[in-house]
Design a protein around this ligand. Structure first.
Ligand SMILES: NC(=O)C1=CN([C@@H]2O[C@H](COP(=O)(O)OP(=O)(O)OC[C@H]3O[C@@H](n4cnc5c(N)ncnc54)[C@H](O)[C@@H]3O)[C@@H](O)[C@H]2O)[C@@H](O)CC1
Ligand SMILES: Nc1ncnc2c1ncn2[C@@H]1O[C@H](COP(=O)(O)OP(=O)(O)O)[C@@H](O)[C@H]1O
Ligand SMILES: [K+]
Length: 499
């Protein structure tokens, strides 16, 4: 399955291994890469008057020389512009020597309406901000608004992080090789890629595996085999029981959203644990969801002993007060097999920011429960300020660092939600929709995660599945979505995933 995301370093390793094993050599890979792009250009832009190919000094430029040659051989009017000649003896120099079109300096590049631009300036090798000559070429291209086809990555986009180094092309189409890179899926890079096409240039799955890549594009294909469905002899508690803590009388809705989502995602029983003062408010709104009073740790322990829930959701609507964080620590310390996993969300995360040392210490205990943290950007920065402040780390690397630090699955939410496990596995979600930017949608996500964990789906896969299902439900519901709509919208998604 081709869902691995390779960093530029891992991709270069895949390249090296492929050449080492043979029979294809470096220039052979480059000819295949350039050939695939030329085919796409001819198929998609049969009427293009002129194609301007912009070549950089490295292998990305090498791919560009191949494209220029093939287009010229097919009768296309090709203008070729280069920034620096390829290194002597390199594959790119060979590709340039084979290209019959003379290269002009990049400063002479003047895009015109009706033409298209092939951006082969920098790809995986981009390591510093673009120079002014290239920044100006990007500006000239944007001013004319012609289609841009990026080779591997839009020049200026970091393949590691999706960050923009100085400036970057806005591509219409990005053609990359063998696998995507994190920079294709993390914002802002994702938005600059346009449509992404991955072409096979003969790098095998075994070679990709040999790079040790442990990052994936989130896709049902690889976690669906773990997706739960009820056994024939299931009863409500054997299907999985989730307990959700409610806030006080004026903040009960968040827990109910989480609880409803847990039920729709397949938990056989869901209990809302409510402070006495909020029982009436909760009771007025709950039907199939069980309601139980819980004001103290003793009350919670009694519930755990009597009802043995698999998973607890702690955070939505609880308020950021330090007592909330203290209770979260107590819950973790009494877990000891009384429940299997804790989903800490929203205020459950924020309230721990004042007790970070105690929290990280608690996570080291051997009997600590499995933990899933679901921070958005602000919550992430509160619980992991040093990691969040480290600008050298991509969002993906930050999520991984946080997962290792907290011995937890971390769902770092946003338009490009990253899911990371303490063992180094990570996934970037790609079916998100801005429709999810609506109050309470995060509470729904915590309930879905809890339900899948309660049905004993392995934790990393459960987190990936929950993020995907949450977004899929939002997409299917469409505009007008509010968080209350999400639990019911999950029905169709669950039905299709189940066997
Ligand atoms: N599987 C693969 O990895 C394949 C890679 N190919 C191509 O090879 C590319 C990678 O080639 P390279 O490693 O040569 O890298 P690039 O061609 O992206 O960059 C070339 C060199 O430019 C320099 N540089 C980086 N940032 C710069 C900046 N802002 N201003 C000026 N110079 C800068 C660096 O020294 C870098 O090594 C890929 O993007 C892809 O297009 C293809 O040829 C075929 C196979
Ligand atoms: N622009 C967006 N594109 C895709 N997903 C988004 C976007 N904005 C928010 N989301 C998703 O919506 C959810 C919002 O969660 P959160 O910020 O905790 O909201 P709340 O606290 O109101 O429930 C997260 O799953 C997040 O990934
Ligand atoms: K490029």
């Amino acid at each position: 399955m081709a869902f691995e995301l390779l960093t530029p370093g891992e991709m270069a390793e895949a390249d090296r291994l492929t050449i080492a094993v043979g029979p294809v050599d470096g220039i052979g890979l480059m000819r295949r890469a350039g050939g695939a792009i030329a085919d796409l250009v001819l198929a998609r832009y049969p009427g293009a008057r002129t194609v301007h190919v912009l070549c950089g000094p490295g292998n990305n430029g090498g791919d560009g020389y191949v494209v220029a040659r093939l287009l010229a051989e097919n009768g296309v009017a090709v203008g070729l512009f280069a920034t620096g000649a390829p290194r002597e003896g390199s594959d790119a120099a060979l590709a340039a020597a084979e290209c019959p079109v003379a290269a002009a300096p990049l400063a002479a590049f003047a895009p015109e309406a009706g033409s298209i631009v092939i951006d082969a300036l920098f790809g995986a090798g981009l390591s510093k901000p673009l120079g002014s000559e290239i920044v100006q070429a990007i500006a000239r291209t944007a001013a004319v608004g012609v289609p841009v086809i990026a080779v591997d990555l839009p020049s200026g986009v970091s393949g590691v992080s999706g960050d923009i180094l100085g400036s970057a092309f806005q591509a219409t189409l990005t053609v990359t090789f063998a696998r995507k890179k994190p920079g294709h899926l993390l914002f802002p890079g994702r938005a600059l890629c346009g449509e992404i096409v991955v072409v096979d240039i003969g790098i095998t799955d075994a070679t990709i595996a040999a790079t040790g890549a442990r990052c994936f594009e989130n896709d049902p294909a690889w976690w669906r085999p773990h997706f739960p469905s009820p056994a024939n002899d299931a009863h409500k508690y054997s299907r999985g029981h989730v307990g959700v803590f409610s806030g006080g009388p004026s903040a009960t809705g968040a827990a109910r959203l989480s609880a409803m989502a847990a039920a729709r995602a397949g938990a056989g029983a869901v209990t809302v644990l409510s402070p006495g003062a909020a029982l009436a408010a909760n009771a007025a709104h709950l039907t199939s969801i069980i309601l139980r009073r819980s004001d103290t740790l003793q009350d919670t322990l009694a519930f755990l002993g009597a009802r043995k829930p698999e998973v607890l959701v702690y955070g939505p609507g609880l308020g950021p007060e330090p007592e909330v964080g203290r209770f979260a620590l107590e819950l973790m310390s009494v877990a000891d097999g009384r429940f299997g996993a804790l989903v800490l969300d929203a205020d459950g995360i924020t309230s721990l920011s004042h007790r970070r040392a105690a929290f990280f210490e608690a996570r080291k205990r051997p009997n600590a429960p499995a933990l899933v943290l679901t921070p958005h950007h602000g919550e992430f920065g509160r619980l992991f300020p040093e990691i969040a402040a480290d600008a050298s780390l991509s969002k993906l690397e930050q999520a991984r660092a946080a997962a290792r630090r907290a011995h937890a699955i971390v769902i770092y939410k946003g338009p490009d939600t990253v899911i990371a496990a303490p063992d180094g596995r990570a996934a970037v979600n790609t079916n998100g929709t801005p429709l999810l930017a609506t109050a309470g949608s995060g509470d729904v996500l915590s309930g879905i995660v809890a339900a899948l964990l309660a049905q004993r789906m392995p934790a990393f896969e459960a987190a990936c599945a929950a993020v995907w299902m949450h977004a899929e439900a939002a997409r299917r519901f469409g505009p007008g979505l509010i968080a209350e709509d999400l639990p019911l919208a999950l029905r169709e998604v669950v039905a299709e995933l189940g066997r």
